[in-house]
Write a protein that binds this ligand. Sequence first.
Ligand code: G6P
Length: 609
Amino acid sequence: MCGIVGYVGPRDAVPVLLEGLHRLEYRGYDSAGIAVEDAGGGGVRVAKTAGRVADLRRAVPDDMAGATGIAHTRWATHGEPSDRNAHPHVDAAGRIAIVHNGVFENSDRLRAQLVADGVALASDTDSEVLAHLVARSTGETLEDAVREALAQVEGTYGVIVMDAERPGELVAARRGSPVVLGVGEQEMLVASDVAALVRYTQQVIYLDDDEIATVTADGYRTSTMGARATSTTRSPTSIDAASAEYELGDHPDFMYKEMREQPDAVDRCLRGRLDHRFSSARLDGVGLTPQDYQRIRRVKLLGCGSAYYAGQLGAQLIEELARIPADAEPASEFRYRNPVVDPDTLYVVLSQSGETLDTLAAVQELKRKGGHVIGVVNAVGSTIARECGHGLFLHAGPEVSVAATKSFTTMGVALAMLALDLGRVRDLSITEGRRLVGGLSQLPDQIARILAAEDEIAEIARKYADARHMFFVGRVRAWPAAREGAQKLKEISYVHAEAYQASELKHGPLALINPEMPTVVLVPDDELLTKNTGTIEEIKARGGPVIAVTDAELPAGLATDVIRVPKAHEALSPITLSVPLQLFAYHLAHALGRDVDRPRNLAKSVTVE
Ligand code: G6P
């Protein structure tokens, strides 16, 4: 949520920063801006605009250049998206420039104080106060000034600050919002995400919460915030993502690219983890012994958005295969209801980005109360991965599109392996284990076959592009996949999509069925098959069009349209059934002319509450 990037070094900062913003645009895209220390000695020069990074490129004057600069792409929290509210913000003298990701919760009070002191505020944002507070600080160094200013704010931040009077230097700090330093050859970068850095360096340092860094072309120094600053010794680590993984290549958009990458992503997620000898999974990163596994009495899965639905899918798998009571809950709700944290419960936290603030806060609350937490995370080095310490990486590769696709399927796969591992320590027989290992091994090929049927799915999607509302229904195993399918459709097409348990339809929502209300019915080939065909009949009897998504043989003419997928292991069918729902949402959104990678009002990595 909001992307920030900074550069100091021998190159012209402007193209480096614009390229960095382009990579970070999935974090927010309602306005963008850039500030550089003018190469001609003219102080700080700022260009900013409402709109996208492409709009900013047009707004940057041709003669804007400098060796040090900062930039920002915004997802508005305080103040409407507009030129004046775009970052960077500067102090009244135009000397200090700042970019901020996060929320200053006491900004109303700070703004009032500044106004009372005669400062003219130029925006409606919470962030602007920082520029003024730094400018008014008496600190000797820029770092001292930033420390002093940040001591006055409450809330969360990842910030980068520069000062026209101290050329060639940036100060960055974090509390709750990610900041990563990129260490190059005689140049340094700072960003909210490695995506902005990979083109220039593979050597990075993830700042910890309450850490501050001073960065120049020759290096960096880090220390703790707070009254007594203590130096922290931080050596760079190598990132595992190649720059090419962030490129679109020949694909029309990132969502398409990421859907297409799913067979490989699932293959990487499985690689080296299936234990054919014991018909189990080898999940070393989880850090639990068989004795620890035996002691687990419950499993609680936590995540937000698609990660929450993947958690629901995982809860079903764990309860079914390991016979341990399991349930999922939105991480965003968890900490506010003063949860009972039980020492015999395994807490599994899910996050693609590893930066979602609500999820991170749930981890911190759990740890504070002594809960045992593991992470199922895609981004290596992310805050949640580091905070959890143990867990499973998805190895899905970078996911850029706001709509989760390959992270959802690989979360399903990772949780199926966890369920298998837990099950094989308990009552899951070697025969059942072997069947599941076989089912997991087939997934990459099955997903590839679903993707190969894209044209047929696209045609069906276009047929329903005029619908204003849609139901997505599924029973038991298929219910989380139905929720994820509805989520995909609403977030990228803006068509109202509501997910329901198929069994609950007759308890209310059936009243809404009519020829204008299509229903997507998930029909796995499992013991509930006839219940689901019964649901289809009930909808049809009320004149509702039905799109059946199934790996079963359905009687001809039962559904209005049928999307067939290869037959998966019954416990894994929610994973295969979700793939056509992504394609369905994608093509329906395109038919409506939507920008699928940048859905309105959303951002990928939600690092504010
Ligand atoms: C945002 C995104 C969703 C995503 C959720 C959780 O809301 O728009 O697509 O599922 O955050 O993100 P995470 O990175 O924690 O999986």
